[in-house]
Design a binder for this molecule. Structure first.
Ligand code: 5GP
Length: 190
């Protein structure tokens, strides 16, 4: 998606060879028009896939996931990285290692919001090692639901996540695939 690549090149910043800062348009300040286009691009690709629900992980996946769910007319569930006292009812949880923080968190969802038999479309901001996506796969399995597709805004193609998801036979669409990067330089795969 050219508009997204342009945003990455002009407003993104490679901090080093592994971490891309996109806080100017994706996960701190948000560009709503770009996120709407991102959501519509996902909706075009995944339309007709028989999805029952969109799922994302708080907080950076929410903006692209809302526009995807809106365009596909599907409910959206936000998987939480933290529980709270007001999160009552039966909870499903799995431990995920955070790529950016280097720590672990409990990915959590109310069972009511992820139902048995549902086909789930996962939307997230980044794909790196695939740990977050595999956490979502495990939660869906616990719920008796199944992830059928994964929409990623920015894939770091030099990390392991894409291959791990492809190996499962999932329909994976990344709107921008970063081949390599270093401070001052970002190269895309296609
Ligand atoms: P993974 O679990 O695939 O290793 O990493 C995915 C998660 O880590 C994403 O949901 C995203 O929040 C975060 N992440 C991974 N790489 C980057 C990056 O280069 N920049 C930013 N801003 N977040 C990242």
């Amino acid at each position: 998606m050219q508009k997204l690549k342009d945003a990455i090149l002009t407003r993104g910043k490679a901090i080093n060879q592994d971490v891309l800062l996109v806080d100017a348009f994706l996960n701190h300040q948000i560009d709503p028009a770009l996120m709407r286009d991102v959501g519509e691009a996902f909706a075009r690709h995944f339309a007709g896939g028989g999805y029952d629900r969109v799922a994302t992980i708080e907080s950076s996946g929410i903006a692209p996931a809302v526009f995807t769910a809106l365009a596909m007319q599907l409910p959206l569930v936000v998987l939480k990285k933290q529980t709270s006292r007001i999160m009552t009812g039966e909870l499903l949880q799995t431990t995920v290692r955070s790529f950016t923080k280097g720590t672990e968190y409990q990915l959590t969802v109310k069972r009511d919001f992820l139902r048995e038999g549902e086909k789930v479309l996962l939307i997230d901001d980044f794909l790196a090692s695939g740990e977050a996506a595999f956490g979502v796969l495990r939660l869906c399995e616990q719920a008796g639901a199944q992830v059928g597709g994964v929409g990623i805004v920015i894939e770091k193609a030099f990390q392991a996540g894409r291959k791990r998801l492809d190996d499962l036979g999932l329909d994976v669409l990344s709107l921008a695939r970063v081949r390599s990067m270093s401070p001052g330089r970002i190269d895309f795969l296609d």
